[in-house]
Write a protein that binds this ligand. Structure first.
Ligand SMILES: *Cc1c(COP(=O)(O)O)cnc(C)c1O
Length: 418
């Protein structure tokens, strides 16, 4: 679609952001770089279309083409995760959780979910989030000595609490999640099982993390993290009765008209996620995380749980005399973008925190490999050990910029991405 750029204020900020993504190395575990085709689909005429309802059951006329788009998106999502039913309308992962909780629970019901201070997400019971407002959340956490979930302890908690729902899934847990064990605990405790696979959806799609779909009553996800699609949410389940409740909870329960331009982009991303290239990407994400974690541990850094099984790691910076906010700024100053993060049993407040969360999805998308991870691990360890060494920081800033420049994100696709 041809157009004239007239809004200089906005286009200059957009161009600057595109350049920032090209020039910096993105270690934020929840971010990724969608393909130029996915991005292009969001800038189309579909943004103009109202389509409240679901395909062939809309509240507006003229939906024949967007119906086609949503049908394809749902079919691909079902195929991708081997589920019987799907809803692709949630505007975000949090909106997917709004719908799932509304569908599965009544106000005031008890839920057992991962403690927010141990890696859970704010839509899993934060007191200021709707989830904490409307339901009675209780938390399970990781063991202090291992940094891992102990499923026997989760079982004990579930048996004494008897929640209506158990919620599995996290934003900052670096180990595989045992969905089969969660199912058995839910069955024994008489609870439903909701899995929020926001972070790991791309790893599940790529076959490098066990799928929750055979075990959970309902699975929610984001489409923009490891799954590498547009910003958004989605839900899959196998049971037709749950799907009916979820469809009602998404619309009209928590949303109005769906974002059809984003649903088109989701469909494109789901197709991409079925390819062999995507399987290779998912395998490399985990391999890169492993090498980066081993490099950091080899250089004397403490990682929560000692390492990683997935795309992320939590680096404890306490022993270096730092807090997470300082470490985040330090890494940002050399072109490595990450976020401060609470570590389990943290003594610091959330705005400081004792750790940084580092993920390998985006840097794997741009083609970085194991040797690059060894280099990057050395940079991070050197910087965190010598936070006041300006000449060290200057050298690393130059080397990081060169690494980014030699792996352009949108090579030859600049027109679509810009
Ligand atoms: C990122 C995340 C979400 C929410 O995603 P948004 O799209 O930001 O609303 C939900 N659950 C978990 C576990 C997440 O990590």
């Amino acid at each position: 679609m041809e157009f004239q750029r007239t809004d200089d204020a906005i286009w200059s900020a957009i161009d600057a952001e595109t350049n920032r993504q090209e020039e910096q190395l993105e270690l934020i575990a929840s971010e990724n770089n969608a393909s130029a085709e996915v991005i292009a689909a969001m800038g189309t005429s579909l943004t103009n279309k109202y389509a409240e309802g679901y395909p062939n059951r809309r509240y507006y006329g003229g939906c024949e083409h967007v119906d086609e788009v949503e049908d394809i998106a749902r079919d691909r999502l079902k195929q991708l995760f081997g589920s019987d039913r799907a809803n692709v309308q949630p505007h975000s992962g949090t909106q997917a959780n709004v719908a799932a909780l509304m569908a599965l629970l009544s106000a005031g019901d008890k839920v057992l979910a991962m403690d927010l201070n141990h890696g859970g997400h704010l839509s899993h019971g934060h007191p200021k989030n709707f989830s904490g407002e409307f339901y009675e959340f209780h938390g399970y956490g990781v063991e202090e000595d291992t940094g891992r979930l102990d499923m026997d302890r989760v079982r004990e908690q579930a048996m004494s609490l008897r929640p209506k729902l158990i919620l599995a899934g996290a934003s900052a847990y670096s180990r595989s999640i045992d969905f089969k064990a969660f199912r058995s605990i839910a069955d024994d405790a008489g609870a439903l099982l909701l899995v929020d696979m926001a972070h790991i959806a791309g790893l599940v799609a790529g076959g490098v993390h066990e799928s929750p779909v055979p075990y959970a009553d309902v699975v929610t996800m984001t489409t923009h993290k490891t799954l590498r699609g547009p910003r958004g949410g989605a839900i899959v389940c196998n049971d037709v009765e749950w799907l009916k409740k979820i469809n009602t909870a998404v619309f009209p329960g928590g949303q109005g008209g769906p974002l059809m331009h984003v649903i088109a982009a989701k469909a494109i991303a789901f197709r991409e996620a079925m390819t062999d290239d995507f399987k290779t990407y998912a395998k490399n994400v985990v391999e890169n995380a492993n090498i980066l974690a081993e490099t950091l541990v080899g250089r004397g850094m403490r990682l929560v749980s000692g390492g990683t099984d997935n795309h992320l790691m939590l680096v404890d910076v306490t022993a270096q005399g730092l807090t997470g906010d300082v470490a985040e700024d330090l890494l940002h100053s050399v072109g490595l973008t990450c976020n401060k993060n609470l570590i389990p049993y943290d003594q610091q407040p959330p705005m400081k925190a004792s750790g940084v969360r580092i993920g390998t999805a985006a840097i794997t998308t741009r083609g970085l490999n194991g040797d690059d991870m060894r280099t990057m691990g050395a940079w991070i360890a050197d910087l965190l050990h010598s936070p006041n060494d300006d000449s060290l920081a200057k050298r690393i800033r130059g080397e990081a910029a060169a690494m980014a420049a030699s792996h352009p994100l949108y090579k030859g696709q600049a027109a679509a991405a810009r």
